[in-house]
Design a protein around this ligand. Structure first.
Ligand code: GDP
Ligand code: MG
Length: 468
């Protein structure tokens, strides 16, 4: 087995070193991240594993606190070369005293590290202490990869930093925002490291390839989660006896219970998505839809949104139309299956031997009403869950705030009308109440799985360019 690559992460306090490692290793719990200076006090290792094996061992280090004084001190030491001065310092007394913190950093770097990544907060001006810091690091005679962090901020001093790095003979660099990494920056980071570490090139390229595969797998898994959740909701079917349907209170209670079950399925999908992308339960909120306010769990049944969704799909006429006495129920996002659609579809479908319709017919004769989720509910749910999956794919594991999804407002690429094929693909689930997970009547698992796989392929077209 090849030795894992060892990379020391250095840089000033609060530049985002620990955050970078959380993002690169997808470990939300690694180390301690905070705005207080000096949160990381010791060098601490964290591994990037690929297929279970350690591919890269990162060493997180504390910040260099007093680089200007340390540089002066190093300059005062007698030695033949700069690396020799650093070694002399580490052997000497000050490494235990005034510069104990700095010694930890330099030890991590001069030890068995293959290279260092210097994390830079590009919002900071290039102060003398940062120049001293970079200079000391170059004295350690290890390849250095600057990582320019916080590049999403508007008022960064990126150009000043570029200039300073060039003057320090550091020509490679990557730009990153550990909270919201650009798709592809991780790949670029390892690719660029390969140019700094020719002896490790093959290994680094293998890591890039493996990460791309993992990203693809995660995406596919996410699509399966969304597909499965949609199947659950599409398959939902609850029968209400005629006499309860006639009782307004009972009817309302029944509708609310149905909606609660839809939300339960939605929440399960959200939790499963968080798990696919290695985030914690509760890291994302079923967020607000700005125009309307309120959490989208509730918006799933917001009549205005449903109408909007229906319009985008060209279903406008279906919403609240032709539903007669149950219009108020329909506005709650539900169809009453029996009396309403029966007349329109009986002719064709019944002669085709469509079983659910026969059941509907039976229900009608015995006066049973059935609730199913309306198409716009499925559309909204698909839209929201895809939005969440896309956002999680782009989210760094250093992010501290709760993720909020603003469905369908993420620019022109919003899936919207394109989701119609998804709705069509969901049609078979409508006739399979047994496909709803937790319904206690599971049958036809292989058919459900086949639909889930087909649907996942459709959904994956709503993701945009490949992530890596
Ligand atoms: N918005 C944003 N915040 C960041 C970024 N990197 C780090 N932070 C925040 O900056 C603070 C310091 O980060 P930390 O990783 O503890 O820095 P360290 O001292 O270098 O390990 C934390 O509050 C992080 O959440 C970034 O790229 N963007
Ligand atoms: Mg830290």
């Amino acid at each position: 087995m090849t030795e894992p690559l060892r990379i020391a992460i250095v840089g000033h306090t609060n530049a985002g070193k620990t955050s970078l490692l959380r993002t690169l290793t997808r470990q939300v719990d690694f180390g301690e991240v905070s705005d207080r200076p000096g949160t990381t006090r010791h060098a601490e290792a964290v591994d990037l594993r690929i297929d279970g094996a350690v591919a890269v061992r990162f060493i997180d280090t504390p910040g260099l606190e007093d680089s200007v004084a340390l540089l002066d001190y190093l300059n005062s030491l007698e030695a033949d070369s700069r690396p020799e001065r650093v070694r002399a310092f580490l052997r000497g007394p000050e490494a235990q005293r005034a510069f104990e913190q700095e010694a930890k950093v330099l030890r991590a770097l001069t030890g068995d590290a293959d290279a260092a990544m210097v994390v830079i907060d590009t919002r900071e001006p290039v102060l003398p202490k940062y120049r001293a810091e970079i200079e000391i690091l170059t004295w350690c005679a290890k390849p250095i990869m600057p990582v320019l962090n916080f590049v999403r901020y508007l008022d960064t001093r990126r150009d000043d930093w570029h200039q300073m790095l060039l003057e320090s003979n550091l020509h490679a660099r990557v730009e990153f925002d550990v909270v919201a990494p650009f798709i592809g920056s991780e790949r670029q980071l390892y690719g660029d490291l390969a140019t700094l570490l020719p002896g490790r090139r093959q290994q680094l390229h293998a890591i890039v390839d493996a990460l791309a595969l993992e990203a693809r797998d995660r995406r596919l898994a996410a699509c399966r989660v969304v597909a499965s959740g949609l199947i659950d909701v599409a398959a939902m079917r609850r029968a209400l006896p005629a006499e309860e349907f006639a009782d307004e209170l009972k009817q309302q209670r029944f509708v609310r219970a149905f909606q609660d079950d839809v939300r339960r399925h939605a929440r399960r999908a959200v939790d499963d998505l968080l798990a696919v992308f290695a985030f914690r339960h509760g890291d994302a909120e079923l967020a607000e839809i700005p125009q309307l306010g309120g959490r989208w769990e509730d918006d799933l049944f917001n009549p205005e949104l449903l109408k909007e969704a229906g319009k985008r799909l060209g279903l406008g006429a279906m919403i609240g139309a032709g539903l007669g006495v149950v219009a108020d129920v329909a506005m709650a996002g539900l169809s009453l299956g029996a009396a309403t659609t029966l007349g329109a579809t009986l002719g064709g479908a019944a002669s085709g031997g469509w079983k659910p319709l026969w059941r509907k017919l039976e229900n009608r004769l015995s006066g049973v009403q059935e609730l199913t989720a309306e198409a716009p509910v499925l559309l909204l749910l698909a839209d929201h869950l895809l939005g969440l999956a896309r956002a999680l794919e782009r989210r760094g594991h250093a992010a501290m705030d709760k993720l909020r999804i603003e469905a369908s407002v993420d620019g022109g690429a919003a899936p919207g009308g394109d989701l119609q094929p998804v709705l069509r693909a969901l049609e078979p689930a409508r006739g399979h109440p047994d496909w709803e997970r937790g319904s206690g009547k599971r049958r036809g698992d292989s058919d459900r799985q086949a639909l889930e796989a087909a649907l996942a392929r459709l959904l994956s077209q709503h993701f945009g360019p490949e992530a890596a």
